[in-house]
Design a protein around this ligand. Structure first.
Ligand code: PMT
Length: 400
């Protein structure tokens, strides 16, 4: 089933008898995992009440362009930006004509102009209107501009005519919406990813840490969410924007990261440990700022728990992927970690090269599994992340 996990679908309902099917369409979209908001034209409200669609979508229904109160909540530009997909169902002949000329005389046409999201149209009208050359030309123009179309179906119409023009069934429309996003590689999977450094406090103002920027882990979280996974990112302190459609759990120390991972990995499908976790922490944190009275200072360190090994050793562990940041004998050390920690896959990262690895935008890695190894050439971290996610999905598929 084509999924819509993590997708924001803005459903635009215009004024035709098929508007009553929008209620079922909201349900179908939600069943596929979408978050749904609804915009209605004035005509649509003659056929179905906003209250019905509000109750089903669980969100206020948007009807007015010039409504100060609505604009203070989610205004038309925010709505247009919020949408991953604008779905126009039913789309009347009048709506199609207004889209062709770029009208912005109500909320729905304004959002359609303002959204960068793909638009999927489910036309619904009398068969004569559908076959009129004006409608044919409008549809052709919209398709040429990149709008997607589902239906219409043919058959008996509400007006008694028989022919093409009936809105497609909600299940067919929801499937067409899902198909637009189908990489679907990790559809329905739950993924937990660690990213960034940890900080191990020495005293109230100082800590031990490292140079991880979080970029690689955040790129993996974006790629997992894009592939349809329900994604949780357990992040050490970094200076990066939270990725869209990803639940971010902020942590500081290795112990915090372990606690968060144990809380979120139970029952998850995939765990990817990309964080640069401090291997040691000060045995005790000083209550007050350490004074610089002595010429030398010794700090006793104790080993931190190994988060990756702990998750891999759990009952019913997820498909577990580690990273190995190495400066020499990269593949040998990485394979050692793969075996010692009982992992399904490890990503070997040569961090002696400053152009890749820590705190750079590029990376080059080798994927190792118990069965073999595969180098990924230097590329942006988003590209590397998508490739890693593709390989994890393929490995999962082959073990299913
Ligand atoms: O964040 P960026 O600036 O984008 O840089 C990306 C990166 C270089 C940090 C990343 O690509 C990477 O290599 N991450 C792993 C860093 C690391 O700590 O590697 P390691 O070889 O020391 O650890 C092996 C594995 O065990 C890692 O998956 C690590 O997350 C995990 N680990 C280590 C120690 C510990 N106490 N708990 C762990 O879970």
């Amino acid at each position: 089933m084509a999924h819509l996990f993590n997708r924001n679908v803005l459903l635009g309902v215009s004024g035709g008898i098929a508007a009553y099917k929008s209620a079922e369409l909201v349900r179908q979209l939600q069943e596929r995992g979408a978050r749904v908001r609804v915009v209605m034209t004035r005509g649509a409200q003659e056929f179905i009440t906003p209250l019905t669609l509000q109750a089903l979508s669980g969100q206020p229904v948007h009807t007015e362009l010039l409504d100060a109160e609505a604009e203070m909540g989610m205004g038309h530009i925010e709505l247009a930006r919020w949408a991953d997909l604008l779905l126009l169902a039913p789309a009347t002949a009048d709506l199609l004509a207004r889209l062709v000329v770029g009208r912005a005389d109500d909320l729905l046409t304004t959002v359609a102009l303002a959204t960068p999201a793909p638009v999927l149209i489910a036309p619904a009208m009398n068969q004569q209107m559908w076959q009129d050359p004006a409608t044919t030309a409008n549809v052709q123009t919209l398709v040429e501009r990149g709008y997607h179309m589902v239906g219409p179906a043919a058959g008996e119409q509400a007006c008694g005519d028989v022919g093409p023009g009936r809105m497609e069934e909600p299940a067919v429309i929801a499937a067409a919406a899902g198909a637009l996003f189908e990489s679907g590689l990790l559809a329905g999977k739950r993924v937990v990813i660690t990213a960034g450094p940890t900080r191990e406090a020495l005293d109230p103002v100082r800590y031990l840490s490292n140079n991880s920027s979080g970029k690689m882990g955040y790129a993996l979280a974006r790629a997992a969410a894009e592939a349809g996974a329900v994604t949780t990112l357990v992040s050490g302190p970094v200076d990066l924007e939270h990725p869209a459609h990803v639940t971010v759990v902020d942590v500081e120390s290795a112990q915090d990261m372990l606690d968060a991972c144990l809380a979120h990995t139970a029952g998850c499908d995939i765990f990817i440990a990309c964080a640069a976790v401090a291997d040691y922490r000060p045995k005790a944190m000083a209550d007050d700022k350490i004074k610089k009275d002595a010429d030398t200072l010794s700090i006793e360190l104790v080993k931190n728990p190994d988060i990756l090994a702990t998750v891999a050793a759990a009952d019913n562990p997820p498909f577990t992927v580690g990273f190995a940041a190495e400066t020499s004998n990269v593949l040998d050390y990485a394979r050692g970690k793969l075996e010692r920690k009982g992992l399904d896959m490890i990503i070997a990262n040569d961090v002696s090269n400053r152009d890749i690895g820590f705190n750079s935008d590029q990376n080059a890695v080798t994927i190792l599994t118990p069965r073999g190894e595969l180098p990924l050439a230097q590329a942006g971290k988003d590209t590397i992340a998508r490739q890693i996610i593709e390989h994890i999905a393929a490995a999962l598929e082959s073990t299913a």
